[in-house]
Design a binder for this molecule. Structure first.
Ligand SMILES: [Zn+2]
Length: 106
Protein backbone atom coordinates (compact mmCIF):
# COMPACT_ATOMS: atom_id res chain seq x y z
CA UNK A 1 0.00 0.00 0.00
CA UNK A 2 1.28 3.43 -0.90
CA UNK A 3 -0.14 6.82 -0.06
CA UNK A 4 -0.57 8.75 -3.29
CA UNK A 5 -2.91 11.58 -2.45
CA UNK A 6 -4.39 13.54 0.41
CA UNK A 7 -6.59 16.61 0.43
CA UNK A 8 -8.56 18.63 2.96
CA UNK A 9 -11.88 17.83 1.32
CA UNK A 10 -13.55 14.51 0.64
CA UNK A 11 -14.73 16.01 -2.63
CA UNK A 12 -11.24 15.99 -4.16
CA UNK A 13 -10.35 12.63 -2.65
CA UNK A 14 -13.51 11.06 -4.09
CA UNK A 15 -12.62 12.55 -7.45
CA UNK A 16 -9.14 10.98 -7.35
CA UNK A 17 -10.56 7.64 -6.23
CA UNK A 18 -12.96 7.63 -9.17
CA UNK A 19 -10.11 8.52 -11.50
CA UNK A 20 -7.96 5.61 -10.28
CA UNK A 21 -10.92 3.23 -10.38
CA UNK A 22 -11.52 4.19 -13.98
CA UNK A 23 -7.85 3.40 -14.75
CA UNK A 24 -8.10 0.01 -13.09
CA UNK A 25 -5.88 0.96 -10.16
CA UNK A 26 -7.17 -0.51 -6.91
CA UNK A 27 -7.16 2.00 -4.08
CA UNK A 28 -8.42 2.56 -0.56
CA UNK A 29 -9.56 5.77 1.05
CA UNK A 30 -8.59 6.31 4.68
CA UNK A 31 -10.02 8.85 7.10
CA UNK A 32 -13.07 9.11 4.87
CA UNK A 33 -15.44 9.58 7.79
CA UNK A 34 -13.20 11.44 10.18
CA UNK A 35 -13.34 14.78 8.41
CA UNK A 36 -16.73 15.49 9.98
CA UNK A 37 -14.88 16.36 13.18
CA UNK A 38 -12.32 18.54 11.44
CA UNK A 39 -13.28 21.57 13.48
CA UNK A 40 -12.03 19.93 16.67
CA UNK A 41 -8.69 18.58 15.46
CA UNK A 42 -5.63 19.81 13.58
CA UNK A 43 -6.88 19.72 9.98
CA UNK A 44 -4.04 17.67 8.47
CA UNK A 45 -4.66 14.83 10.93
CA UNK A 46 -8.08 14.16 9.54
CA UNK A 47 -7.49 14.68 5.85
CA UNK A 48 -8.84 11.78 3.83
CA UNK A 49 -6.08 9.83 2.09
CA UNK A 50 -5.94 7.75 -1.08
CA UNK A 51 -3.78 4.63 -0.88
CA UNK A 52 -2.89 2.48 -3.87
CA UNK A 53 -3.07 -1.22 -3.05
CA UNK A 54 -0.34 -2.36 -5.45
CA UNK A 55 2.96 -0.58 -4.87
CA UNK A 56 3.88 -1.11 -8.50
CA UNK A 57 0.94 1.03 -9.59
CA UNK A 58 1.75 3.92 -7.28
CA UNK A 59 3.95 5.74 -9.79
CA UNK A 60 1.31 5.59 -12.48
CA UNK A 61 -1.32 6.70 -9.98
CA UNK A 62 0.79 9.71 -8.99
CA UNK A 63 1.20 10.72 -12.62
CA UNK A 64 -2.54 10.46 -13.21
CA UNK A 65 -3.22 12.51 -10.10
CA UNK A 66 -0.67 15.13 -11.08
CA UNK A 67 -2.35 15.34 -14.47
CA UNK A 68 -5.84 15.55 -12.96
CA UNK A 69 -4.96 18.23 -10.44
CA UNK A 70 -2.76 20.31 -12.73
CA UNK A 71 -5.34 22.99 -13.44
CA UNK A 72 -5.89 23.83 -9.82
CA UNK A 73 -2.41 22.83 -8.73
CA UNK A 74 -0.76 26.23 -9.12
CA UNK A 75 0.28 27.61 -5.76
CA UNK A 76 -1.89 30.58 -4.92
CA UNK A 77 0.27 33.63 -4.58
CA UNK A 78 3.08 32.27 -6.74
CA UNK A 79 3.85 34.97 -9.24
CA UNK A 80 4.05 34.46 -12.99
CA UNK A 81 5.22 36.48 -15.94
CA UNK A 82 2.97 37.56 -18.79
CA UNK A 83 4.09 36.05 -22.10
CA UNK A 84 2.81 39.06 -24.01
CA UNK A 85 4.14 42.06 -22.10
CA UNK A 86 6.50 40.50 -19.51
CA UNK A 87 4.60 42.04 -16.62
CA UNK A 88 5.05 40.12 -13.37
CA UNK A 89 1.70 39.12 -11.93
CA UNK A 90 0.33 37.74 -8.73
CA UNK A 91 -0.54 34.02 -8.79
CA UNK A 92 -4.18 34.74 -8.01
CA UNK A 93 -4.67 36.29 -11.43
CA UNK A 94 -5.44 34.07 -14.42
CA UNK A 95 -5.12 37.00 -16.77
CA UNK A 96 -2.65 39.87 -17.17
CA UNK A 97 -4.13 43.01 -15.67
CA UNK A 98 -1.93 45.14 -17.86
CA UNK A 99 -2.51 43.80 -21.38
CA UNK A 100 -5.32 41.26 -20.85
CA UNK A 101 -3.39 38.21 -22.08
CA UNK A 102 -4.43 34.91 -20.52
CA UNK A 103 -1.98 33.05 -18.31
CA UNK A 104 -0.20 30.42 -20.37
CA UNK A 105 2.46 28.93 -18.12
CA UNK A 106 0.28 26.42 -16.28
ZN1 LIG B 1 0.55 41.32 -20.18
Amino acid sequence: MKLVYTAPTMFMVAHIRNLLDAEGIACHVRNEFLSAGAGELPPTEVWPEVWVVEDTQAERARRLIAEATKDSGAEPGQSWRCQACAEELDGNFAQCWKCGALRTDT
